[in-house]
Design a protein around this ligand. Structure first.
Ligand code: ATP
Ligand code: MG
Length: 418
């Protein structure tokens, strides 16, 4: 990718409407722009970041045998009336009519739609287990959208659903998802923890949340020394306020703030019994399906990762999330043919090696270019000017380590691929 073909929307000043550092940096670096309350356009830079995160998620979902599907954004009201959630869900559910005055809603989550699919397609234990996922836009009419994409109304979620003929199989799959989520958040290089959680609007018997630990998080967590713990809300319900204070003191529990980036649920037969999703077992008995569901807040991860990785110059992307692996900057390439030729050669070779490189061929000062790529958080910036051409080297600036080194032009590829 050449910067002359890649619209860059960086700003000089920090927008005043943003509270959180992640929200400020997402606007300043040109990741998103707000359309209206809780609605955001993802600019080219932001789009790439979302795709990087989706790629990691897809790989780990495929690894545990979950198959990708796409479900409609709009859902018929009848299904929600069957499950009982048309009345339970409240004003977060955006309800609409079509031209025939039929009632629908924008999908905030997909338990009803997927249960309807499975009840029509599956009738025997032999067809199970089934594991499906989608990555798509969800809509929740949040009462107070805030902190940019952290709590938006329209946001990207990965949601998986599993169906089983017995509880043991659900329990095993639940463990597989939990392990896959750990892998995903490790690969995204986030500092996170898993806590026991409340099932909320989705329901079911058991659930766990995955939280990125950050002072700016909206959730209260109680963690022990090994960073295992509980969401504060569920701890209060479980033990009562007075007993909980005792437990906190006796066990030396730490109170930290978290950003919820994932949530998994054992739903059991909550939806399948109401919606009559039944199968015949090996023993020829008719039973309601066992079900699990598993969500990840894809767009929220972008903000959460920035909360954990930034400095006064801007974002510092973990390499797995970064929109580009390398920014290749030429100094005065438009004036000096030798510089343009040298940089073009490096660029071409990097593309051949599948290095995700952005070549900054803009007619702009080195300082401005550097500021842009540091603000945008690219882990490695390579600089080529007349001095570099003369000595057959490239100057490497490492965003994370904050170092500046010279590398021989022939060794640069192995250094970057490392
Ligand atoms: P929260 O408690 O933050 O409102 P939730 O528990 O209602 O979230 P889930 O139903 O568990 O959310 O949805 C799965 C994931 O989707 C969440 O873990 C979160 O990362 C993400 N998510 C939920 N609501 C939003 C939102 N309004 N904006 C961005 N991401 C969201
Ligand atoms: Mg949740």
């Amino acid at each position: 990718m050449k910067a002359s073909h890649f619209p860059i929307f960086t700003l000089k000043d920090i927008p005043s409407e943003a509270d959180l550092v992640s929200h400020k940096l997402m606007i300043k670096s040109g990741i998103v722009r707000q359309l209206s309350s809780g609605l955001y356009t993802w600019l080219p830079l932001g789009h790439r970041i979302l795709e990087k995160i989706k790629k990691v998620i897809r790989e780990e979902m495929n690894a545990i045998g979950s198959s990708e599907i796409t479900m409609p954004l709009i859902q018929p009201a009848e299904l929600w009336k069957e499950s009982g959630r048309w009345d339970e869900y409240g004003p977060e559910l955006l309800r609409i009519y079509d031209r025939h005055k039929r009632e629908y809603c924008f999908g905030p989550t997909f338990e009803e739609v997927i249960t309807d699919l499975i009840r029509k397609e599956v009738s025997s234990y032999k067809q199970l287990p089934i594991n499906l996922f989608q990555i798509s836009t969800k809509f929740r009419d949040e009462i107070r959208p805030r902190f940019g994409v952290m709590r938006a109304r329209e946001f990207v979620m990965k949601d998986s659903y599993s169906f089983h003929s017995n509880e043991q199989c659900l329990n095993d799959t639940y463990k597989n998802y939990s392990a896959a989520y750990e892998k995903i958040f490790k690969r995204l290089m986030l500092n996170f923890t898993i806590v026991e959680a409340d099932s909320g609007n989705i329901g079911g018997n058991e659930s766990h949340e995955f939280h990125v630990i950050a002072d700016t998080g909206e959730d209260d967590l109680l963690l022990d020394k090994s960073l295992q713990g509980m969401n504060f809300e569920i701890a209060k319900t479980k033990f009562g306020e007075t007993d909980l204070q005792k437990i906190i003191k006796e066990n030396n529990l730490k109170h930290v703030k978290g950003i919820e980036v994932g949530h998994i649920f054992k739903l059991g037969d909550k939806y399948s019994s109401k919606m009559k999703a039944e199968i015949t077992t090996k023993e020829s008995k008719n039973i309601s399906l066992f079900m699990g569901c598993y969500g990840i807040g894809v767009s929220r991860i972008v903000a959460a990762a920035i909360e954990q990785n930034n400095d006064e110059r801007g974002i510092i992307w973990p390499s797995s999330i970064s929109p580009f692996d390398v920014a290749l900057i030429e100094i005065d390439g438009h004036k000096e043919k030798s510089i343009r030729d040298f940089t073009s050669k490096v660029y071409k070779k990097m593309k051949e090696l599948n290095i995700d490189v952005i070549y900054d061929d803009r007619e702009s000062k080195l300082g401005n270019k550097l500021n842009d790529w540091e603000l945008m958080g690219i882990p490695k910036v390579l600089i080529i000017g007349s001095k570099e051409v003369k000595n057959n080297v490239l100057t490497l600036k490492d965003r994370m380590k904050d170092t500046k080194t010279e590398i021989n032009a022939d060794e640069v590829y192995s250094q970057i691929l490392k």
